[in-house]
Design a protein around this ligand. Structure first.
Ligand SMILES: CC(C)(COP(=O)(O)OP(=O)(O)OC[C@H]1O[C@@H](n2cnc3c(N)ncnc32)[C@H](O)[C@@H]1OP(=O)(O)O)[C@@H](O)C(=O)NCCC(=O)NCCS
Length: 170
């Protein structure tokens, strides 16, 4: 399988925040944003693997800034590292200023997707070759995040998470 770059999976989804998608403070409801991020991440995972993909875990979500009703929101998702059958998808969420059109980053999240065959069995995905400094930084840290996610899910013993443990030893 030919390695791919993050730009080959990069997915941009732009949409408005409608009144039915807000909380009582008239800001975007968290669950609505999670769903939008899941959809963008799913497309990015599919573009990288060209397989059916499923959400295995949501590793990190930061709702840094409220997004008011009427905002134009862009969810940007790309594969940040591919392992054997799983892929880490890094998601940046941008809001466009109503008057100036300037974009500011409001949220980010990290999801893990797994490519599966017709029976739902995990299947190998192509490797990822990061290109830009940011892509390389995210690629490097992804193994530690995978180990943390597996430890928290009870699927890896802490003592086996060597790269994760190393950052606490420095
Ligand atoms: C995701 C799923 C395919 C994993 O199946 P599994 O039997 O645990 O398979 P494995 O143990 O071989 O794991 C497959 C890969 O997922 C990774 N993985 C599993 N759980 C993970 C977690 N919590 N965090 C990070 N990675 C995880 C494994 O490390 C492995 O990665 P690798 O092959 O790249 O090393 C399976 O649990 C599943 O189908 N879950 C339901 C998915 C779904 O319906 N999602 C939508 C929810 S609404």
């Amino acid at each position: 399988m030919q390695p791919k770059t993050p730009s080959e999976s990069r997915t941009l989804m732009t949409d408005l925040v409608l009144p039915s998608e807000t909380n009582p403070l008239n800001n975007l409801f968290g669950g609505e944003l999670l769903a939008r991020m899941d959809r963008a991440a799913s497309i990015a995972a599919r573009r990288h693997s060209r397989r059916v993909t499923v959400t295995a875990s949501v590793n990190h979500v930061a709702f840094n800034q409220a997004v008011p009703v009427g905002s134009v929101v862009t969810v940007e998702a790309a594969v940040s590292r591919a392992f054997n059958t799983s892929m880490e998808i890094y998601i940046d969420v941008w809001m466009e200023d109503r008057f100036s059109g300037e974009r500011s980053k409001v949220n980010e999240a990290i999801y893990t997707f797994v490519a599966v065959d017709e029976s739902g069995k995990p299947i190998k995905v192509p490797e990822l070759t990061p290109e830009t400094p940011l892509e390389k930084e995210r690629f490097e840290a992804a193994l530690r995040r995978k180990q943390l996610s597996l430890v928290l899910a009870g699927k890896m013993k802490p003592k086996e998470a060597t790269e994760l443990r190393a950052i606490f030893m420095d």
